[in-house]
Design a protein around this ligand. Sequence first.
Ligand SMILES: C[S@@+](CC[C@H](N)C(=O)[O-])C[C@H]1O[C@@H](n2cnc3c(N)ncnc32)[C@H](O)[C@@H]1O
Length: 282
Amino acid sequence: MPLDNKSFNYVRELVLERSGIALDESKGYLVETRLAPVARSYECNSIGELVNQMKGKVYGRLHRATVEAMTTNETSFFRDIHPFESLRRDILPELVQKRSDSRTLNIWCAASSSGQEPYTLAMVVRQHFPQLANWKIKILATDISEEMIERARAGIYSQLEVNRGLPAQLLVRYFLKDGLAWRIKDEIRETVEFRVLNLTKPFPPLPAMDLVFIRNVLIYFPIKTKRQVLGEIAKTLQPDGYLFLGGAETTINIDESYKRSSFGKTVCYQHPRSIDAGALAT
Ligand SMILES: C[S@@+](CC[C@H](N)C(=O)[O-])C[C@H]1O[C@@H](n2cnc3c(N)ncnc32)[C@H](O)[C@@H]1O
């Protein structure tokens, strides 16, 4: 049954309010495709019925399932490759030198989806920086979607998923065959901490970050929300740390206080504001 305007508007407002994701008028088909399975799994005959079950009720399982279904979780290992090459070649060597006294590195992957991005970061560190074996390295991976965080924590990927971007050498080195799938080894899995975190709500206390990857999520937010999220991230980013955005994302015309830095084909950003240490946990 086609989606009526009132139901579409209800979903649109719910998703915007809870996740920051903006669905314009043209996204009716997307709402239908994504919410049909949710309606079925909650034994509703239509999306209209699903909406009626949510209206006027406190935010609960059904609302959460609806918001999660409207997130786009597309990702892959070594997505867009260049940021990871610049990280290995230029950025990590620089940070390793600067942090040689504290021997600490904090890395945040702030929209980690099913985990390929934070595991890529963990593999780059393990594979290319063996001298960091005794350092305190924290890789925090967060996403709004509980389902994605659970998937990521499990660290199990299909053949198709490992075929997308993961070099064969790293597949053999860091994964174990598990039936038809591949399971990431504990030596990598255990170096990443996964947590649910909504970027559009006040952040919990976080350590000062040396690297923040927040790629391919700002594109879904209206400009006001992009600005708010970039402002919050600036408070967690070390002044000599680096922010990475997706290939179609920028801080330009959104938050001009970030400074662009280019490394080959990679553009990343630094924020000169000094960290308000009192606001951050260690
Ligand atoms: C397209 S994926 C990007 C994954 C990965 N960063 C990459 O570039 O491959 C976008 C992710 O952002 C998450 N997301 C959407 N809105 C969010 C929010 N308000 N807070 C945190 N994560 C959010 C989605 O659940 C989804 O997993």
